[in-house]
Design a protein around this ligand. Structure first.
Ligand code: NAP
Length: 204
């Protein structure tokens, strides 16, 4: 489960749980991006904060884990390097599914080494109801058609929560109660994350 997770919210958690049951996954590993190469235009909260919130949000699920892999690897976080490392750790026989937002997957041709990305794993595009795999196909074109069996759509019912919206709500002093797990809400409050559009303070 790849994402910036700035912050993690119930939409991510529901998607992870739906994917786990639909594809009978043994484990869902949340991998917060370390240094996202595609997020140069806005400040992203320090990885330690995003990691800590992901740990708090997933602590009560026995089959959810959070990985520091991308945070601890220096340089930009390319998914292909992450998948290579996970494949090396888990061995060649394990089936891997990369779960992330459909919008992100639609941009895959701009990522490093798309061919190896589809060779490594299945791709689970998480989206709102009404979105279809044709929307992914429209952007990926021939590449999608050649690897059709690698792409799956996962509709998350009734959840329009987004990290962008949560950051905006915090900035405007609006409540985010029930948008994120309570421990995450209190963490955001404790470290005064997402105030005034500033990069958030370091974890002490
Ligand atoms: P993003 O642009 O922030 O997100 C695109 C859309 O997908 C947003 O609506 C986002 O909602 C949603 N989304 C993101 N992660 C999700 C998840 N795990 N479950 C459900 N929805 C999700 O994309 P991103 O988070 O930065 O990147 C997603 C993944 O793609 C990360 O693992 C990233 O490293 C990888 N990626 C790799 C490359 C590369 O290798 N060059 C380039 C781009 C992205 P929220 O904002 O609410 O999360």
């Amino acid at each position: 489960m790849g994402g910036t997770f700035d912050p993690i919210h119930f939409g991510h958690l529901i998607a992870a749980e739906l994917a786990r049951t639909r594809f009978t996954l043994d484990l869902v590993i949340f991998v917060p991006t370390g240094d996202p190469p595609h997020k140069r235009c806005r400040p992203v909260s320090p990885a330690e904060h995003r990691y800590a919130m992901a740990v708090l949000a997933t602590a009560d699920h026995p089959l959810f884990q959070v990985s520091r892999l991308e945070m601890d690897r220096p340089g930009p976080s390319f998914s292909v390097d992450t998948l290579e490392e996970i494949r090396r750790r888990l061995g060649p026989t394990v089936d891997l599914y990369f779960i992330t937002g459909a919008d992100a997957i639609s941009d895959m041709l701009t990522w490093k080494d798309p061919q190896r990305l589809v060779d490594f794993c299945h791709w689970v595009a998480v989206s709102r109801p009404g979105y279809s795999l044709q929307d992914v196909e429209a952007k990926l074109g021939d590449f999608y058609r050649r690897h059709r069996e690698r792409f799956h759509l996962l509709e998350v019912p009734g959840i329009a929560i987004s990290s962008t919206d949560i950051r905006e709500r915090v900035r405007n002093g609006q409540s985010i109660r029930y948008f994120v797990p309570e421990a995450v809400r209190l963490y955001i409050q404790k470290y005064a994350l997402y105030q005034d559009g500033q990069i958030s303070p370091k974890v002490r």
